[in-house]
Design a protein around this ligand. Structure first.
Ligand SMILES: *Cc1c(COP(=O)(O)O)cnc(C)c1O
Length: 462
């Protein structure tokens, strides 16, 4: 196959440095074997997240100089609003400091105690805001999403039978909205098909239930629809995104992902009364409705990024790079979630370290071992991230126990991906020497960010 190179060239560089092995061992111990607690300076290749880690274009940096920093009615707000209207198709939006700011607002506006919110697999911040309002998240993703080996092309799809059952059991009046994430982060960046979005919309219309989108990586989802769904091959990603969004009443958005910026988010909608409610809430928790926790320059960068993200050459390379890492790993025989998703390659820690039980935190262990081997930083997405059931206090045991290698947008070259693949290959060859971790500090909420661990014996002796 003809190679696909980066559709940009480098204008500014940021040096990175590989510490010695002894230094990496010390740094990992000091961080309590939690990659979230490492200093960025001590990381060689940072695949912790694709959130806010994007490289901006020269046009975005230039736009930032045009930021209107007026407290109210800033020009930059209207630019961002018009970009959202043109590319996502929603009439109105309020900016928020990031995605969870928008999730907080929608949860406060629509959720009352006793409500249930069906969604295609949980996301950490989404669920915590639903629970804080007294709501309960119910998973209605298709079973294939929980199976790391399933080759289903749209593993993020909503199971229409499960959703119907939830509506019949709880009653439409207790369902403020159905939340559909495109793509599904915790399933491995897996997309939802257009056909499925239509089916969800039709079902919800018959019951008068709103459908809300978590549009954080909807551009990546649109690319998969173009590639995999009949009738979309000749359509632009831009037009597919617009069609996807036409099936929703509105969306929450973390601009730190698709929108190619370092901070920001928004809540967008078509309904004027929802806008009114959003304005009433945003002013309490984020800021004036025309800045919502962002500087004018941030809104400028988002407005520009929204147009760059739907460039077909950009998104094609983006997905290609993630897949390139995935295929390198598969060549080494390493167990990964397939098909490879949109923003990350997920190592299947259960199959990678079959001698560990979920009580040994296999994914947390593997992420720590990877850093020690090569200075590559990854993230746990397993039993630590899933947290405890708020009613029973017991550990949630998700079927997927994963290490996420997340690729920042426009930041690393394919050669960096080679280095990562080689290191994971080394660990795989020595996997039997990798022992588990025990937790020594557990914070009350979103524990994965700050929990601390210690090895039960020597962690890794590669
Ligand atoms: C990152 C993310 C969020 C939350 O956004 P933040 O900007 O981190 O607050 C919500 N949903 C999904 C799917 C995400 O990946």
């Amino acid at each position: 196959m003809r190679p696909i190179a980066e559709p940009y060239k480098v204008k500014t560089v940021e040096p990175i440095r590989l510490l010695t092995r002894a230094e990496r061992e010390r740094a990992m111990a000091a961080a309590g074997y939690n990659t979230f607690l490492l200093k960025s300076e001590d990381v060689y290749i940072d695949l912790l997240t694709d959130s806010g880690t994007n490289a901006m274009s020269d046009r975005q940096w230039a736009a930032m100089m045009m930021g209107d920093e007026a407290y109210a009615g800033a020009r930059s707000f209207f630019k961002m609003e018009s970009a959202v209207r043109e590319i996502y198709g929603f009439n109105y939006m309020v900016p928020t400091h990031q995605g969870r700011g928008a999730e907080h607002l929608i949860s406060r506006i629509l959720i009352r105690p006793g409500h249930v919110i069906p969604g295609n697999m949980y996301f950490t911040t989404t669920r915590v805001h639903q629970e804080l309002q007294g709501g309960t998240f119910i998973d209605v993703v298709i079973d294939e999403a929980h199976d790391p080996l399933s080759q289903h092309p749209f593993k993020g799809n909503v199971d229409i039978y499960k959703l119907t059952e939830v509506i019949e059991k709880h009653g439409a009046e207790n369902i403020p909205y159905v939340n559909v994430a495109c793509t599904v982060n915790l399933a491995g960046g897996q997309p939802v098909s257009m056909t499925n979005l239509k089916a969800v919309r039709e079902l919800c219309d018959t019951f008068g239930i709103r459908v809300w989108c978590d549009a954080t990586r909807a551009v990546e989802n649109a690319f998969f629809i173009k590639e995999r769904e009949h009738g979309y091959a000749d359509k632009s990603v831009r037009s597919i995104l617009l069609e996807m969004m036409s099936h929703f009443d509105g969306c929450t958005m973390s601009a730190k992902k698709d929108c190619l910026v370092n901070i920001g988010g928004f809540l967008a909608m078509n309904d004027e009364s929802m806008l009114q409610a959003a304005r009433e809430q945003v002013v309490i928790f984020e800021g004036m409705p025309t800045y919502g926790g962002l500087a004018g320059r941030d809104m400028e960068a988002i407005a520009r990024g929204i147009f760059e993200m739907v460039d077909d050459a950009y998104i094609r390379h983006r997905i290609h790079q993630v897949r390139y890492l995935g295929s390198q790993l598969m060549n080494h025989g390493i167990p990964v979630v397939t098909p490879i998703g949109g923003h990350a390659v997920f190592l299947d820690a259960k199959r990678f370290l079959p001698h560990l039980t979920q009580e040994d935190y296999p994914a947390q262990t593997l992420a720590a071992a990877l850093y020690i081997d090569s200075g590559v930083r990854a993230m746990e997405r397993g039993v630590v991230s899933a947290g405890r059931d708020p009613h029973t206090g017991t550990n949630r045991k998700p079927s997927l126990e994963l290490v996420r290698l997340t690729i920042p947008r426009r930041v690393y070259s394919d050669r960096h991906m080679d280095v990562v693949a080689w290191s994971v290959g080394e660990l795989f060859r020595h996997r039997e020497d990798i022992a588990g971790l025990r937790m020594t500090y557990e914070p009350p909420a979103l524990r994965f960010f700050t929990a601390r661990f210690e090895p039960v014996s020597v962690l890794v002796a590669v």
